[in-house]
Design a protein around this ligand. Structure first.
Ligand SMILES: NC(=O)c1ccc[n+]([C@@H]2O[C@H](COP(=O)([O-])OP(=O)(O)OC[C@H]3O[C@@H](n4cnc5c(N)ncnc54)[C@H](O)[C@@H]3O)[C@@H](O)[C@H]2O)c1
Length: 595
């Protein structure tokens, strides 16, 4: 029989503690909610009231249930009254000495059989546990932000935690409607170990003005389907907390410099820009604690001068016959552009046309497109096997094989064939755009337009400017992207642009974690989906993208940025060598032939 936890206490009523109190009270537990001072307790109370009021407004909680929930919470200052509870969850700031002091105090105050849990994100649960006389009853219970919403709890066992304590807290998590993964005591556990390198990298992109905050966040939201972008997530976590987590992970996790907090984070913390909780972080919020972003001096304003500079585009040439080229032809045709689809032969052209017809027919069957619009879109597409037919287009989009020599030769051809003033775009996802630009006599007219697969569905386009791209060309690329009703984000010409540079090191880290036998592929996938709201776990995604493609992108990033932490995981290389390339070969990280 699993142990009952009739009454619990939560220590620290900040971003996490207040949410954890709400979770327990909602599931019928009496909760002692403790913080350091009357003021801090009051702030905690207001957070819980605000959150439960929002749940009522959204119809997720009845008024009566909210009142019952609040009545189960007793707010107290200090730890003295925690002598009767069965379980304590500590959620004070991420500092080892502070947590050790609190655990020593809890050990003195709480009854001998009480379980003491820490919500630490990155500190050693073992080091915290030895501050007590009962390290076998100390466990990590790592909730995710916002605790009432996110389904995951990481249960952290140390080498001394008693097995029945683990079983009891696992059963408790299930009763709280949470899914747990139980893991050993390693810096960052599963989710944060995979998340924080990515967050820090995104801050570094912002600090180095590689892209704006809006574009970095939009790239990850619309390119990967994440619930929010990395900078908005930093604001939600709290920059002070994020700083402490990174700092600890750097020190505990082998001094991987990807975890060395980017200097800007410390500067913002010092300036009191802590994120949502202080009303200002990377973004500005309506008031402290509010999720509503308001405009500030960094908010982009519609730049009419730039829009005016855009060249008029009516006819577009798309070169290539693969998945990307086919999708892109369809996107342009549907948006009303005349499209010349240039392939290497009639057979390939027929295949492109058939694929577009098929896709448009599906749109009609699903009621998303009328038959008239389908016919009009198809009528706008002409096929050709001759590059000379690009002579009268206003924009060329190249989407051929990802090989620099092939792309350079094509761009040299465009240079000879196309009329002056044409925008020449490449859809490369990993090659330097400037290399293809310099294959022409008109590098100012060359830009990257990085669509995502499937182009018909994915809303993002990365607009890549080289150091030679003219403002007019960039403005035209932005205007065209907007006319396609896609979200355009601008960045400069660096390996991986925004999305792949942030995504693939994270996927590679997941492979390294699996390789180190820290957790199973299922647990890692679960942790990222349920703890961070990702639409797919890293191994699901790697199998969809293809392990060969993933390895190639990871290698490019490593070669260009020379970051030791980006070196491809040996397991990824071995799977590729073995021909386990993911879904397309029936086997990657998972075996699809048995399903
Ligand atoms: N923010 C997140 O997204 C997140 C997610 C999961 C876990 N965590 C972890 O949760 C813990 C709390 O983080 P947070 O973001 O909620 O921090 P926070 O700064 O929002 O809140 C900390 C709270 O602890 C209180 N406090 C400080 N000293 C105290 C003391 N001596 N006794 C009692 N209370 C004290 C503060 O008054 C404040 O209410 C950290 O260990 C953090 O790593 C944070």
């Amino acid at each position: 029989m699993a142990r009952e936890f009739t009454s619990v206490a939560v220590v620290g009523l900040g971003t996490m503690g207040a949410g954890i109190v709400e979770v327990f009270a909602r599931f019928g537990h009496n909760v002692l909610a403790s913080d350091i001072s009357e003021d801090a307790v009051e702030r905690g109370r207001q957070k819980i009231i605000g959150s439960t009021d929002r749940a009522v407004a959204k119809g997720k909680l009845t008024e009566a249930d909210r009142d019952a929930l609040l009545a189960r919470i007793n707010f107290v200052v200090g730890l003295e009254r925690l002598d009767t509870v069965d379980l304590v969850i500590e959620a004070v700031p991420e500092q080892l000495e502070l947590k050790q002091r609190i655990f020593a105090e809890l050990d003195r105050v709480c009854k001998p059989e009480a379980i003491l849990a820490t919500n630490t994100s990155s500190l050693s649960v073992t080091e915290i546990s030895v501050a007590t006389g009962r390290p076998n009853q100390v466990v990590g219970l790592h909730f995710f932000n916002p605790a009432p919403v996110m389904k995951l709890v990481e249960v952290v066992r140390t080498v001394v935690t008693a097995p029945d304590v683990i079983t009891d807290v696992e059963a408790l998590c299930a009763r709280l409607g949470k899914t747990d993964v139980t893991i050993s005591d390693r810096a960052g556990f599963i989710a944060n170990a995979l998340l924080f390198g990515y967050l820090n990298h995104a801050v570094q992109m912002f600090e180095s003005r590689y892209a704006t905050r809006e574009d970095i966040d939009a790239a990850m939201k619309y390119g990967c389907g994440l619930p929010m972008g990395p900078l908005a997530l930093m604001d939600l976590i709290g920059l002070d907390t994020a700083y402490e987590i990174l700092d600890t992970m750097y020190r505990r996790g082998g001094r991987d410099r990807r975890h060395a907090p980017v200097p800007l984070i410390k500067q913002m913390v010092t300036a009191g820009l802590l994120g949502r909780k202080s009303g200002r972080g990377f973004y500005t919020y309506e008031k402290p604690g509010s999720p509503v972003i308001v405009a500030d001096e960094q908010t982009p304003v519609a730049d009419s001068a730039s829009a005016d500079a855009a060249r008029g585009i009516t006819k577009v040439g798309v070169v290539g016959s693969g998945t990307m080229a086919t999708g892109i032809v369809e996107v342009f045709a549907k948006a009303g552009y005349e499209v010349v689809s240039v392939t290497r032969g009639a057979e390939k052209s027929a295949r492109v046309r058939a694929a577009i017809e098929n896709s448009l027919n599906k749109g009609v069957a699903r009621g998303k497109l009328s038959e008239t619009d389908r016919d009009a879109a198809l009528a706008r597409v002409t096929s050709s096997a001759n590059l000379e037919d690009l002579a009268d287009v206003d924009l060329v989009v190249e989407a051929v094989v990802e090989e620099l020599s092939v792309k350079k030769a094509l761009f040299a051809n465009f240079d000879e064939i196309c009329k002056p003033g044409v925008v020449l775009a490449t859809t490369t996802s990993s090659l330097p755009v400037v290399e293809v630009a310099m294959a022409t006599q008109r590098p100012a007219d060359v830009v990257g337009l990085h669509f995502f697969n499937p182009a018909q569905v994915m809303p993002l386009v990365e607009i890549v400017e080289t150091i030679r791209t003219s403002a007019e060309t960039a403005a035209t690329a932005r205007a065209v992207t907007a006319a396609l009703r896609k979200v355009g984000v601008s960045c400069t010409d660096r390996s991986g642009f925004i999305v792949n540079a942030l995504l693939f090191p994270y996927l590679n880290d997941a492979v390294k974690m699996l390789e180190a036998n820290y957790a199973t592929a299922d647990d890692i996938d679960h942790a990222m989906k349920l703890g961070c709201g990702y639409p797919m776990g890293p191994f699901e995604l790697l199998d969809v993208v293809g392990l060969d493609v993933s390895l190639a992108i990871t290698r490019e990033l490593y070669l260009e940025l020379r970051e030791p932490g980006f070196a491809p995981a040996p397991l990824l290389e071995h799977l590729v060598t073995a021909g386990y390339l993911g879904r397309k070969t029936g086997r990657g990280f998972r075996d699809y032939t048995k399903r």
